[in-house]
Design a binder for this molecule. Structure first.
Ligand SMILES: Cc1ncc(COP(=O)(O)O)c(C=O)c1O
Length: 416
């Protein structure tokens, strides 16, 4: 038998060529990702707008003032002089950062104090502070949920809940928003012996409606499930003292784990988990997002401590927030908008198609109104919206201006 000709022999690829090809594979998706550039070229890219000045209820961008109705600063505390003073004092006392994890060199007496005060505020035995709200979900769910557990999540839950469950390698069962009949079937069908947790947002961030704790707690009791409520948008806002969804329904004792973030009503950044002392003790020693990440900086912690004090002592702020919220809900409804099932200062204007939503956003932006366009995957296809949200500190004049501009633009675009 003759030897095969040299041309017929397939030469093995050199490691360098194989490595270069693999790298191309990795980056192929980046090169193919043109959507954002195209939107920018069309003048309709709404993200990463560089704010030059911020004044609580209005900002300056490109030298122009815009009324801010796209912020989560519900209590209007980001520029409160008492908060700025507390933050400045902490900055000078402790420095600009903690340069380490709370586990090691980054734990301040301020973090410990904040945990005691938060636990008291939300009515739980103990609390644990993380560096962001997102990390709070990663750390809490990542540590509590294991391969043998199933977490039942509402499809409108925040992404950080889903990401946290993935970190713990837990099984996820997703039910349609507020579809308690399906949730019941899923709980019933779950194999015996598996841990069960129901995890929901207290206030849904794109709809503004409140989790129905009475139905969820009934199922929790019947099937022996734990209940976790992410109160990112509820803290400071709902409940008699602003302590969130549990307080709103008078069911705090039935919520096993309450999560909160400081990036909204608390005018800062960071987050916390609150619950039974043994659970929090476990998280303190096991949550990777806490242990392997640097702690909340001093000025941010001092901000939250002061914000909490103000929120507890000045219920009139919450009253102003609700007054502003109801004014906008009534105003949008009377223009003819569908604002969905909102019950909170998150007031979405449902538009539908993505293109119209971006055009609507742009025209309002040019007119001096800052809103947030929300498109898939943050919301289902065809339910694009402008998400607006309100503060205790918005003035009537600002809100009237927003209503006027929204109505004018919507009519020009035939949205109403
Ligand atoms: C329900 C919910 N959970 C968690 C987060 C994450 O919080 P943070 O932005 O403070 O990290 C958000 C942020 O919007 C949220 O809406």
């Amino acid at each position: 038998m003759s030897n095969p000709s040299p041309a017929a022999v397939k030469r093995p690829e050199s490691p360098a060529v194989a490595a270069a090809k693999a790298q191309l594979e990795i980056f192929a998706k980046c090169r193919a990702f043109t959507r954002a550039r195209e939107t920018r070229e069309a003048g309709l890219y709404p993200y990463f707008k560089p704010i030059e000045e911020s004044h609580d209820t209005y900002v300056v961008i490109d030298g122009e003032e815009k009324v801010m109705v796209g912020s989560n600063n519900y209590m209007g505390l980001t520029h409160d002089p008492r908060i700025l003073e507390a933050a400045r004092d902490a900055l000078y006392k402790y420095g600009s950062g903690n340069t380490g994890s709370r586990f090691l060199n980054g734990n301040l007496d301020l973090h410990d104090r904040l945990e005691v005060e938060l636990a008291d505020y939300v009515g739980k035995e103990a609390a644990l502070v993380f560096s962001t709200g997102y990390q709070t979900n990663l750390g809490t769910l990542g540590a509590l949920i294991g391969r043998g557990d199933t977490v039942f999540v509402d499809k409108f839950d925040h992404a950080s809940i889903q990401d946290g469950i993935r970190l713990g390698h837990g099984r996820v069962q997703r039910f349609n928003h507020d579809d308690f009949a399906t949730l019941r079937r899923m709980l019933d069908a779950e194999a015996p012996g598996r841990g069960r947790m129901i995890a929901v947002d207290g206030v849904y961030s794109m709809e503004g409606d409140i989790a129905k704790l009475p139905q969820l707690c009934e199922l929790k009791r019947e099937f022996g499930a734990a209940l976790l409520v992410d109160d990112a948008h509820a803290m400071g806002v709902i409940g008699e003292s602003g302590a969130g969804t549990g307080e709103h329904w008078g069911m705090t004792d039935e919520v096993d784990v309450i999560l909160g973030t400081f990036s909204k009503s608390f005018a800062s950044i960071g987050g916390f988990a609150a619950g039974e002392e043994q659970v929090i003790h476990y998280l303190r020693n096991q949550a990777r997002a806490l242990i392997f990440s640097a702690s909340m900086p001093p000025a941010s912690v001092a901000t939250v401590l002061k914000a909490l004090e103000i929120i507890r002592e000045e219920p009139e702020r919450r009253e102003r927030l609700w007054k502003n919220t109801h004014k906008m809900m009534d105003g949008f409804r009377s223009i003819g908008f569908d604002i969905g099932p909102t019950e909170t200062p998150i007031v979405p204007i449902l538009v539908g198609p993505e293109k119209t939503t971006f055009l609507f956003w742009r025209a309002l932006y040019d007119a001096g109104v800052f809103t947030n366009p929300v498109v898939p995957p943050a919301v289902p296809d065809g339910s694009c919206r402008l998400r607006t949200s309100y503060m205790a500190t918005h003035t009537n004049e600002q809100l009237d201006f927003v209503l006027e501009q929204v109505e004018r633009v919507a009519k020009e675009l035939n949205v109403v």
